[in-house]
Ligand binder design. Sequence first.
Ligand code: 5RP
Length: 295
Amino acid sequence: MADADTKSAKNYQADVPAPNEPFFLKGSNNLDWGMKNRLANIFDPRSGRTVMLAFDHGYFLGPTSGLERIDLDIVPLIDHADTLMLTRGILRTSIPPTYTGGIVLRASGGPSILKELSDEEIALSIDEAMRLNAAAMAVQVFIGGENETKSVHNMTRLVDLGNRHGVATLAVTAVGKDMARDAQYMRLATRICAELGATYVKTYYVDEGFETVTASCPVPIVIAGGKKLPEPEALELAYNAVQQGAAGVDMGRNIFQSEHPSAMIQAVRKVVHEGFKPAEAYEFFRTLKSERSPG
Ligand code: 5RP
């Protein structure tokens, strides 16, 4: 039987080389297939970027403004996100399993807003991450903080477990209240995370020299939105970040605390994936907003 098959197979096209394309994400070429497939579920391979919707804040803040009702506030937005960043509790209780974008699970935690926030432990097992089909696990890293070594160790343990199972690790650089939010600090924090194995890193945008942060970090960087800003400023922040080398945004408050969260996330998508200028994206936001609340 094997002989007969071999004889009938003729279409080898020996003159056509097999494709050997590099993977589209910075620093990710030497990862295994499963990890790359998960990353392609976080970052859109067409633009190489992502709009992550972050709403994991309740893991230390409880029901904060804009997240009182995940079912009513967040579920209507999820189809506009490439990826959701959330806790396993909210995933199981409130997100329909029909959602097919990337899942980035909060994997560190412990202290509440009432305590020292840097005192986190790993708060998720790799079995649970895989059971919930996570593409990545997110861990807070407090460079320069009181629990710097412990938080770095949390990250490296998750990297070891994640690499064994093909699940990415997102290192979230958590800047303490007393630390300067400047490019020098962001270069230090993001580079340490990448050197110690993070698959990608989340950090804050800085006005001066952000391009040096993205240039010196060998893995993709996404930016947190931070405190709520007026919509034009938040769109400008996203624009500046991607123009200066960020692979997207992991935005929470500037979307779910917007007066029109659905219009806002769609406007952010235009900036991140289609290169809209901030003014164009704001105009798009205003159009969507007026369609929803005419007059
Ligand atoms: C909490 C986080 C948040 O997910 C992150 O800060 C993104 O949200 P925001 O855009 O509201 O800053 O990592 O520690």
